[in-house]
Write a protein that binds this ligand. Structure first.
Ligand SMILES: O=c1ccn([C@@H]2O[C@H](COP(=O)(O)OP(=O)(O)O[C@H]3O[C@@H](CO)[C@H](O)[C@H]3O)[C@@H](O)[C@H]2O)c(=O)[nH]1
Ligand SMILES: [Mn+2]
Length: 366
């Protein structure tokens, strides 16, 4: 889709230019050249990119001129993490979480390389990063639902009956964006509806209520790395694993129970990106099928998770969660034993690269 440059330049001109450019990294998992960045250039060029190259490390990934980036391939991951590299997936977009670990910034925006700049109903190019930053810098309202959606959005507010004691809201840890054109459907749905395209632009940002899980998609996602980064592990997927395309889902269930416990917020809705490529539904079915079956037990597990009061940091919550995964999901399949161990390895690797965050206390326990 070739957006006339003028529409994007107009959107950039109308927005606060490149907020947080020194406090935010953009993480891109990839197996291909990053030509897609050309379309994002007006919005993203000032930001630092962390490119996680998956697959064959001897392949050269071309990055358009003018972007400031660091690139890590499989050899780099092994060099940096040593044996702990075993917790980073290979041949699956789950590898992106290595970028979250090596970043030193407060915020992360992660985007897939087949996601382009979308247009809103007026035809204006959407600066997705700007909307994510708005979402992250304004409070969330997980304890009481505001029927007029995001009360902190321009032209909105809390509605009558909304308790004033709750109007301060809580810090926002995650901003989950959506997709026009190819929706993030599972393989069975893709097979049944191969031609379905998402053309509905819903102008809303919602806080996902406390106690409610959601299917987090990693293709258009931003988060406060300082508040929730250690829990953004995308699991063991891809080569050598019995499951794929549940990387972002697993992370989403883990971060949500931890955000609920620590009193942090998760938002979904705007911004939209334009998702251009439908991955092969048959290949996806092969990756997903165990997950489709297992999640009927995984979801009740997360719904019953209780984290002790003394879990006051993300790391402590995550280690406790790994313990419960081993105890309660290990009986479904030995994979969950392996995954629980990998969750601990992830935290060890995270704290090894981010010693100052090891005891960073986030939010207040819920
Ligand atoms: O082995 C791989 C395959 C792909 N990538 C990179 O990951 C993203 C997503 O890849 P793609 O767009 O081809 O796949 P989708 O099915 O559309 O992705 C959806 O499923 C989620 C993964 O579970 C993903 O977040 C969703 O968007 C691209 O950047 C590929 O280059 C990879 O790194 N390794
Ligand atoms: Mn895609």
């Amino acid at each position: 889709m070739n957006e006339p440059a003028t529409a994007i330049e107009a959107a950039v001109a109308a927005s606060p230019l490149h907020q947080l450019k020194d406090e935010l990294d953009i993480v891109i998992p990839t197996i291909r050249n990053l030509d897609f960045l050309e379309m994002w250039r007006p919005f993203l060029q000032p930001y630092h990119l962390i490119i996680v190259q998956d697959g064959d490390p001897s392949k050269t990934i071309k990055v358009p001129n003018g972007f400031d980036y660091e690139l890590y391939n499989r050899n780099d991951i092994k060099r940096i993490l040593g044996p702990k590299a075993s917790c980073i997936s290979f041949k699956d977009s789950a590898c992106r979480c290595f970028g979250y670990m090596v970043s030193k910034k407060k915020y992360i925006f992660t985007i897939d390389d087949d996601c382009f700049v979308a247009k809103d109903p007026s035809g204006k190019a959407i600066n997705a990063l700007e909307q994510h930053i708005k979402n992250l810098l304004s409070p969330s309202t997980p304890f009481f639902f505001n029927t007029l959606y995001d009360p902190f959005a321009e032209g909105a507010d809390f509605v009558r009956g909304y308790p004033f004691s709750l109007r301060e809201g809580v810090s926002t840890a995650v901003s989950h964006g959506l997709w026009l054109n190819i929706p993030d459907y599972d393989a069975p749905t893709q097979l049944v509806k191969p031609l379905e395209r998402n053309t509905r632009f819903v102008d809303a940002v919602l806080t996902i209520p406390k106690g409610t899980l959601f299917p987090m998609c990693g293709m258009n996602l931003a988060f406060d790395r300082q508040l929730i980064g250690p829990a953004m592990y995308f699991g063991l997927m891809g080569e050598g694993q019995p499951i794929g395309r549940y990387d972002d889902m697993w992370a989403g269930w883990c971060i949500k129970v931890i955000c609920d416990h620590l009193g942090l917020g998760v938002k979904t809705g705007l911004p939209y990106i334009y998702h251009s490529k439908a991955s092969n539904p048959f290949v996806n079915l092969r990756k997903e099928y165990k997950g489709i079956y297992w999640q009927e037990d995984i979801i009740p597990f997360f719904q019953q998770v209780v984290l002790p009061k003394d879990c006051t940091t993300v790391q402590k919550c995550y280690i406790e969660l790994a313990k419960q995964v081993k105890e309660k999901l290990g009986k479904i399949d030995p994979y969950f034993d392996k995954l629980a161990d990998a969750m601990v390895t992830w935290i060890q690797a995270w704290d090894g690269l981010n010693p100052t965050s090891a005891s960073f206390s986030n939010g207040k326990t819920g």
